[in-house]
Design a protein around this ligand. Structure first.
Ligand SMILES: *Cc1c(COP(=O)(O)O)cnc(C)c1O
Length: 400
């Protein structure tokens, strides 16, 4: 079957909710993937910040294979050693988390976190504290509660009515946050770097201010680390850069390197409120995902120092492309989460040309090209990626 043939079948049978490139990927190894026609690409989007340890990482293949021969899944009527091991390892990556809930995706992780925030206040005799404050341009996932706190109206269209009681404030605006928090606020949910808004880091000090304001208002502070967590920004969790501890955080994407896996981490005081029967997930904490995630955590810790060097190289080289009036307007992000700002050309067109030139990236809006390569990207691969990106930017037609 040719690539074109598979694309035609896909377009006839899959729901058309994704804007998929006419490319069928069939194999991967490290930071390289191959399509059905045998063309090789350097993968610098990695399942959108998910394949943090590269494709078919041998340590993870081993962990998955070993677990697949031992035990797959037993439901949450019983314990498994892998889930306990992973929960302990995750909690130990933080100074504040003591309770872990497992699920299968970022949206589910946020859903659990938001439900828990309401539950916490209801248990304390304050069911009126049900409102959530979230940020404009945020992205928290597609289930109804996660969607309702996502500050991008285009995603709400046609799905109203949404979960009530959500207020939005400008990202990074501490005054607006202070004004929005009140006696009905359950929690403030925020991404340390807004990924889907175009790789936009929170202004220095904003997370600390949010901690202070939520505490004063009697509201919880929730971090969405689905995209930014697990080494993506150069620390295990992006909020470590600010030295601020939330009451809970969500994780998914890189947790099991592409094997579906999500986790919500909470403090003892908060996590204890997910009492028996209050919340659940059939697949949550299944042995396969947990085995992969245990190995992934270990590997992420191991490769992080080298990833920081490669990241510095990428930022330095992209910065050097930015010239006054030129097509590269700048670069933002941290670690292996890189937003290249383009000017006078369409980011989508740059991404298409980059793909033709053998580089996979993705466009956020018209002005940002996102690179979220594996933490295992080599310096030589980083150079090749920047070269291919620069060539695509140079070749893109001027924006009308
Ligand atoms: C990807 C993402 C989600 C949603 O994760 P899914 O696994 O697609 O449900 C939520 N929050 C952030 C910040 C994300 O980047």
């Amino acid at each position: 079957m040719t690539q074109d043939g598979i694309v035609r079948r896909a377009q006839a049978v899959l729901t058309p909710n994704y804007r998929q490139a006419p490319v069928v990927l069939v194999r991967g190894e490290g930071s390289r993937v191959w399509d059905a026609d045998g063309k090789e690409y350097l993968d610098c989007i990695g399942g959108i910040a998910t394949v943090a340890l590269g494709h078919c990482n041998p340590a993870l293949v081993r962990a998955l294979d070993e677990q697949a021969r031992t035990l797959w899944h037993v439901s949450n009527l019983f314990y498994t050693p892998r889930a306990v091991e992973l929960a302990e390892a995750l909690a130990a990556t933080t100074t504040w988390a003591r309770r872990v809930f497992f699920c299968n995706s970022g949206a589910e992780s946020n859903e659990a976190m938001l439900k828990l925030a309401r539950r916490f206040h209801a248990d304390a005799g304050h069911p009126e504290r049900h409102e959530i404050v979230a940020c404009e341009n945020s992205f928290h996932g597609r289930t109804m509660f996660a969607l309702s706190v996502t500050g991008q109206p285009k995603y709400h269209h046609g799905f109203e009515p949404l979960v009530p009681g959500v207020r939005f404030v400008r990202y990074g605006d501490a005054e607006a946050l202070a004004a929005a928090l009140g006696p009905r606020t359950a929690a403030f949910i925020v991404e340390p770097i807004q990924g889907e808004a175009g790789v936009l880091p929170a202004p220095q000090g904003f997370l600390a201010k949010a901690r202070e304001l939520t505490r004063k208002a009697g509201a919880l502070l929730l971090f969405d680390e689905v995209q930014t967590g697990l080494g993506r920004t150069g620390r295990m969790w992006a909020h470590e850069w600010e030295g601020v501890a939330p009451d809970a955080m969500s994780s998914a994407k890189a947790l099991a390197n592409g094997y579906p896996m999500g986790a919500m981490l909470a403090t003892e005081a908060l996590g204890a409120h997910l009492s028996p029967g209050s919340h659940a997930s059939t697949f949550g904490g299944n042995a396969l995902g947990c085995a992969v995630a245990v190995a992934a955590l270990r590997e992420i810790r191991r490769v992080l120092p080298e990833a920081e060097k490669v990241s510095a190289r990428i930022f330095e080289r992209v910065r050097a492309l930015a010239t006054p009036g030129g097509r590269v307007a700048g670069v933002r992000g941290r670690g292996m989460l890189v937003g290249v700002l383009v000017r006078g050309v369409e980011a989508g067109e740059v991404v298409r040309l980059a793909r033709e030139g053998g580089l996979l990236a993705n466009a956020i809006g018209q002005d940002v090209v996102r690179l979220a390569p594996a933490l295992t990207l080599t310096a030589a691969e980083a150079d090749l990626a920047v070269d291919r990106l620069a060539a695509a930017i140079a070749a893109a037609p001027a924006r009308a």
